[in-house]
Design a protein around this ligand. Structure first.
Ligand SMILES: NCCCC[C@H](N)C(=O)NCC(=O)O
Length: 406
């Protein structure tokens, strides 16, 4: 019951996180905003989310999951309520910052609850299931929220999400407990800086960081930024089909998450190999699609998206490294550190891809289409460099972690 209500708070957090993504047109109208300002909303929220991970992890080890999930729900309730009544860009940004901060507190707290209530091989499976259940939140923003937004407008739709966050606040206070195994931060006197240093010193935390970095960054780049323009302007797919193709990410999470959870629980010594295999699959698919003469056939794009989407469940393996290589009093901190990997990788890649696209456009005399397939072929290849960096560090840290275990 404790786990169920904590997961409910995470489903709500994902609904709050993804809600702005389906409200682009309405936000443009309401705030009279340009595309760049709209993009700022998403970037600000993500920067807040990633920037909050380490402080949240430190607070988590000190205060426990219940307080953090509760605080997250309060921030999301207020943030979405503020957004519901916002009429200009600064007000909207304040609302989004609050939502990003609240969201940042939930996932790592749910993971911290697992060893407090479960043991043994159930934990890796439940870690994967947490990520999988969270995807249901995306369905809330794609369907009921979006329908309310179109049907009855901005204020009622965002108020509904605020009410959802409030409902999870109530259920968290009523039902979520840290449990009898929670003993607070041990040792209590440890300084925050030294707890962070102790977590980073563990090769398992660094292996988790690089695993999260390499498995998750390409999925984040595709979902949050370049996937849609690549499909529509690079591959000539109509916008409605491109949007519906994005649901592949939810379906793959639901199917692959439990399978990977079972595999990692059965073969814990092969965890990094499973992650590396999925990374290799994504890279091979990108090589085929980027080298394909002309537009790729639909089946090939779907296989590419399935591979990229499998990076989401693969990234959950990283949290298993944080858990198994750290003592319980450092687990929240280590999980926070690991959870920044895929987001840092994504910011850098999103930015550099945009920079390379602009550079090519300027080199061509700033005429014609900014987004075209030859330009995407070069710009998206930057992902190979980032993946090479990530895999190199995964192998280095895996070697250190294995030596430490001997
Ligand atoms: N089954 C998909 C899970 C995706 C996990 C994702 N890469 C992640 O790390 N999420 C953190 C969060 O706060 O949701």
């Amino acid at each position: 019951m404790v786990y169920g209500f904590a997961v409910l708070a995470y489903i709500s957090a994902i609904a709050q996180r993804t809600s702005f993504g389906v409200a682009g047109l309405e936000a443009t109208e309401r705030f009279n905003a340009s595309a760049q300002i709209l993009a700022t909303f998403s970037v600000v929220q993500l920067v807040v989310y990633a920037g909050a991970q380490v402080p949240v992890g430190l607070a988590l080890d000190k205060l426990g999951p219940k307080i953090l999930i509760t605080t997250g729900a309060v921030l999301m309730t207020l943030g979405q309520a503020f957004l519901a009544i916002s009429t200009n860009v600064p007000m909207g940004l304040v609302g989004r910052v609050m939502v990003g901060m609240g969201d940042a507190m939930v996932f790592v707290s749910v993971l911290k609850l697992l060893p407090l209530w479960f043991s043994g091989s159930r934990i890796p499976i439940l870690t994967q299931l947490t990520g999988t259940f969270g995807q249901l939140g995306q369905l809330i923003s794609i369907f009921p929220f979006h329908m309310m937004l179109i049907g009855i407008g901005w204020t009622p739709a965002f108020s509904m999400l605020s009410a959802l966050a409030f409902a999870t606040l109530v259920t968290t206070v009523a039902f979520v407990r840290n449990g009898p195994r929670w003993t607070g931060a041990q040792p209590p006197a440890a300084h925050q800086g030294s707890r962070l240093a102790a977590a980073i010193k563990q090769p398992g935390t660094r292996l988790g960081f690089w695993t999260h970095f390499t498995t998750a960054f390409m999925a984040n780049v595709f979902m949050m930024s370049w996937g849609y323009p690549f499909l529509v302007q690079g591959q000539g797919i109509d916008s409605a089909t491109a949007s519906s193709l994005m649901t592949v990410f939810v379906v793959v999470a639901v199917l692959v998450g439990p399978l990977l959870g079972a595999l990692t629980s059965r073969y814990p010594q092969r965890r990094s190999t499973f992650a590396l295999a999925i990374i290799a699959w994504i890279l091979v698919m990108w090589i085929i699609v980027l080298l394909w003469p002309g537009h790729s056939p639909m089946w090939l794009l779907i296989v590419l998206m399935i591979a990229i989407a499998a990076g989401g469940p693969a990234s959950v393996i990283s949290f298993d490294f944080a858990r198994t290589f750290n003592p319980p009093h450092l687990m929240g901190t280590a999980t926070g550190v690991v959870n920044t990997g895929g987001f840092i990788g994504a910011f850098v890649t999103i930015y550099v891809i945009g920079f390379i696209m602009d550079l090519q456009y300027k080199a061509g005399g700033s005429t014609g289409e900014l987004y075209n397939l030859p330009a995407f072929r070069i710009a998206l290849s930057f992902q190979f460099l980032m993946a090479a960096l990530g895999v190199t560090f995964m192998l280095i840290e895996r070697g250190k972690a294995r030596r430490q275990q001997r």
